[in-house]
Design a protein. Structure first.
Length: 141
């Protein structure tokens, strides 16, 4: 089971009327635009499901935003868990399609940018650097 949204955080957010009003108007407006999209383009009838959902969220947002608390709670719960899944998918794809092949190729061609291979003949692993003059800090950007 995944983690849920912390109770104290969700309760504090849900009490904020402005946040609920913004949520209702934003999501209701987007759904209304989706519903009117075919009508504007002249492709057919408006999408009644989207218009209905837009009105269902828009009117309470204007009249009494506290009515949107259950909808907002479900929306945030679903969004939290979808974000959890998407993060794992994106990071997994990134790791296996980018970092793994690069690491394999670097090992294959003997690249060791961190100089981790032991040198039994070396007295020290210290890398001597030439000190920079203090003037290089005057104009950093």
């Amino acid at each position: 089971m995944g983690k849920s949204i912390p109770v104290g955080l969700s309760d504090r957010i849900l009490r904020d009327r402005r946040m609920l009003r913004k949520f209702g108007l934003l999501i209701g407006g987007i759904l209304g635009a989706i519903g009117l999209y075919p009508l504007v383009l002249g492709d057919g009838e408006p999408e009644t499901w989207a218009l209905g959902a837009g009105v269902f969220l828009g009117i309470p947002a204007l009249v009494r935003p506290s009515l949107l608390q259950p909808v907002y709670r479900v929306w945030m719960f679903v969004g939290y868990h979808l974000g959890w899944v998407n993060t794992r998918i994106i990071l997994g794809v990134l790791y296996y399609l980018m970092f793994t092949p690069v690491g394999f190729l670097m090992r294959r061609f003997g690249s060791d940018p961190l100089r981790r291979k032991p040198d039994l003949e070396a007295e020290t692993y210290r890398v001597v650097r030439v000190p920079r003059p203090a003037s290089h800090m005057k104009r950093q950007f």
